[in-house]
Design a protein around this ligand. Sequence first.
Ligand SMILES: *Cc1c(COP(=O)(O)O)cnc(C)c1O
Length: 404
Amino acid sequence: MKYINKKLTIEKIEIENIARKFNTPAYCYSYKKLRDNIKNFKSSFKSFSPLICFSLKSNTNLNLIREIKKFGLGADVVSMGELMMALKAGINPNKIVFSGVGKTTSEIDFAINKNIFLINAESKSEIIEIDRIAKLKKKQVQIGIRLNPNTDAKTLNQISTGKKENKFGVNDKTFNELVKFCINSKYINLKCLSVHIGSQILDHKPYEKMLKIISKIIKKINYNFEFIDLGGGMGISYKNNSKKLNYKKYDIAIKKFLKNHRCKIIFEPGRSIVGNTGFLISRVIYIKNNAGKKFIILDAAMNDLIRPALYGATHNILPSSKISKRSKKIYEFVGPICETTDKFLTIKNFQDLKEKDLVVLCDVGAYGMSLSSNYNLRPKPVELLIKGSKIKILKKRQKHKDLM
Ligand SMILES: *Cc1c(COP(=O)(O)O)cnc(C)c1O
């Protein structure tokens, strides 16, 4: 995305043209960016050719997943809905892993029927349930056990998952016990140790620490895991060239780990594949002055993009047309929803904006549309794929009649 003759352009299409044709708010994804992210991810870790399972919860658009599938990626799913969506997108069950702390009996049943690659179990009760269902089906089921490595991912508290006080995974003592349970079960084939310590991780050191802990545990229990699933969490840059995770350093740490352990690596990236591919185009409905601020009231709201309200996340906002005149007022970009937290960004020195102007919220490809809702009975926005000078509808805008 860049300015060409002062007009903000995605690949070869001006934002203004997209808005004119498809209305606002509109989610757009850049195909080129998606392809570059996947290529870059693959080449960064190519020496050990990991199985890369796209984490569906970051973006569950069927047609986008189909594009991702074409690059050979598998899927990481956390519910029956996501599992069905991955299968519908044509992802090979042999490349699907199922994570989550609360898989129900029917979800486990469905996963076993579909012969997916791995169910990553997160508790003793869950493993007992998998064993019970597998026995009824007289079928062997491949599982992983999710370890809680008690590692601080140094990310936002709300998206940290690998500390002992978090609900995810099991501690090392329980892990040991569960490995023994699996060895004694006829119906469970324990293939994998899995971890996922959090999301938007910018520093490679928590990953290094996590690898050391895994290494120690594997040596101690002396079980040969065919796969180690390192989860996702690779952080991206949300503000102009701010820090992102250094893949090279993570790669070095993994290679070091693999010198001592013969196993195949699985990754479950979500954000790092789709985060910076997405843009949300929105129109300024009204501008009003209050308390020395200018409220820029957009037609996009927290139901379309909840990350700022949910985690205090920051998304850059860009005007669709560049002008040099700056506003001296503080701008507060808000949505029309009846909640004070329906607020995207407070910023100084933004360029002068007028009512009906277009702006773009950046880097919304992950946890944008997938976390959207119909709050205030607002229909969900259209989703578009931009590929060079072509626009493809990934999903149509919801209509009010769909909500009645
Ligand atoms: C959310 C999640 C991921 C993906 O995390 P990203 O930060 O989007 O890469 C991977 N694995 C599990 C188990 C998850 O819950």
